[in-house]
Write a protein that binds this ligand. Structure first.
Ligand code: ADP
Ligand code: ZN
Length: 432
């Protein structure tokens, strides 16, 4: 049941003692990097004065802007000759940032992924198809190494080329996939086009869904369409990549691997901690990184902690689904909306197809929101009354979720461009 039982089920006080020991070491290492040496001296922080985990709060936050300003070497605390790999963020929200890894960093990260996958029930007999882009993005290589160490057969098919993906699944008996949720949905169109039934004609049993926000309704949709169990996988390149938090077989929140990361949840406006159970911004501190440890890194991702122990026996705290990034939120008619709220409402309606986009515009009547929705092929009949009825249902479901009445446009199946990477859900034309 466990990959590393002693660590995964360690009593909280042992886990926290381990965290403190590792934090001492990490802070000492970090003070060797130009960035932190300067930061510590500006903040009047002395590494040797750190006595408890609470003392961590005396260190200022590290932000994405800091990483950009420190590009490329200011965070490095070992010589380049000790580094073996570089990764970067996908650049979803601006200029890229880079992270250097030593061999030890890669090994530790790999273990976290093996541990994560093992917790969902994946075993050596599985055939694992990794449908994430390989390269600078961490989702490809991170999972690749973790699955190999677990002992599964790895098919590094990478992202895209949907027909070939299906070919491999069918002919090589793929049982486990790693896939971006929006791509898992749009791939269903290719399955239909190929006349392959994802439930009957392939042997999938597990999917890891990650890299972008998705709702419980999307999970269910993927599970039902493919006939498998889907697990939420969270990570960010600044904290290695995937393997920061992962669902166990209970599928009730993601365990944050607290032997490798310290998690704080803060109010993004004030920087103050929020109580367990309340939503806030996730802040992470590396505990096992050698090349480029980051302290109190502000992820911009919003979620909450589930304080109750998990029935699986793991003692590492769980977090909720990620609602989105602080900066994903848009304001329409004075109301704050996250794209995930729209996604959740849509995916609860069975007649809705596999893709949608939110368009924001401004005209003389003010801001307008239009949700363009592909209809499920089975429901895309020529029956105008049924479609008008569906349109009205979508509109009222969205209104109750986002508290603004959108315009709803129904589209033919597969008429929106399918994405292979992270989906871009919002087209904001208001500034044009
Ligand atoms: P970028 O920040 O440029 O997209 P990354 O590749 O590091 O670069 O992506 C990490 C980000 O992806 C996270 O900060 C988070 O916003 C998002 N993400 C990753 N996994 C999930 C998940 N399971 N649910 C929601 N969002 C996720
Ligand atoms: Zn659990």
């Amino acid at each position: 049941m466990y990959w590393q039982k002693d660590i995964e089920t360690a009593p909280r006080e042992d886990l926290e003692r381990l965290q403190l020991e590792r934090l001492w070491h990490t802070v000492a290492m970090a003070s060797g990097a130009d960035f932190y040496r300067q930061r510590f001296s500006e903040a009047g922080f002395q590494p040797q004065s750190l006595r408890s985990l609470d003392d961590l709060r005396r260190i200022p936050f590290t932000t994405k802007e800091d990483l950009r300003s420190g590009f490329p070497y200011r965070f490095l605390c070992v010589g380049l000759e000790q580094c073996v790999r570089l990764h970067s963020s996908s650049g979803t929200t601006g200029r890229i940032t880079v992270i250097f890894h030593t061999q030890g960093d890669i090994d530790n990260w790999t273990e976290l992924l093996s541990r994560s996958m093992y917790a969902t029930g994946m075993r050596t007999s599985d055939v694992f198809q990794n449908m994430m882009s390989y390269g600078l993005f961490t989702g490809g290589l991170g999972f690749h190494y973790g699955a190999e160490r677990l002992g599964a057969l790895v098919l590094p098919t990478a992202a895209g080329n949907s027909k070939r993906q299906i070919f491999f699944m069918k002919n090589l008996g793929t049982t486990v996939i790693h896939i971006i949720p929006s791509y898992a949905l749009s791939l269903l169109n290719t399955f239909a086009g190929e006349g392959v039934d994802p439930k009957e004609d392939v042997a999938l049993r597990i999917a890891f869904l990650g890299a972008e926000p998705h709702s419980e309704a999307t999970r269910r949709k993927v599970e039902e369409a493919y006939g498998l169990e889907a697990f939420n996988s969270y990570g960010l390149s600044e904290m290695n990549g995937p393997g920061v938090a992962f669902e166990c077989a209970r599928k009730a929140g993601m365990h944050v691997w607290e032997d490798a990361y310290i998690l704080e949840v803060i109010d993004p406006a004030t920087g103050e901690p929020v109580p367990d159970g309340e939503e806030g911004e996730l802040v992470f501190t590396n505990l096992t990184r050698e090349g480029m440890p980051l302290l109190r890194y502000r992820s911009r991702d919003l979620a909450s902690v589930y304080p109750e122990p998990c029935p699986c026996g793991r003692t590492h705290r769980r977090i909720s689904r990620i609602k989105g990034r602080v900066d994903d939120m848009f304001i329409i008619k004075g109301v704050n909306v996250f794209p995930m709220q729209v996604e959740k409402a849509l995916m609860e309606i069975p007649e809705v197809g596999n893709n949608f986009v939110i368009v924001l515009e401004r005209n003389d009547r003010g801001d307008q929101i239009t949700v363009k929705v592909e209809v499920n092929p089975a429901s895309f009949t020529g029956d105008v009354r049924a479609l008008t009825h569906l349109q009205e249902r979508i509109r009222s479901r969205l209104r109750s979720e986002i508290l603004v009445t959108p315009k709803v446009e129904l589209l033919e199946p597969q008429s929106l461009p399918a994405t292979e990477g992270k989906a871009v859900r919002v087209r904001d034309n208001r500034e044009l």
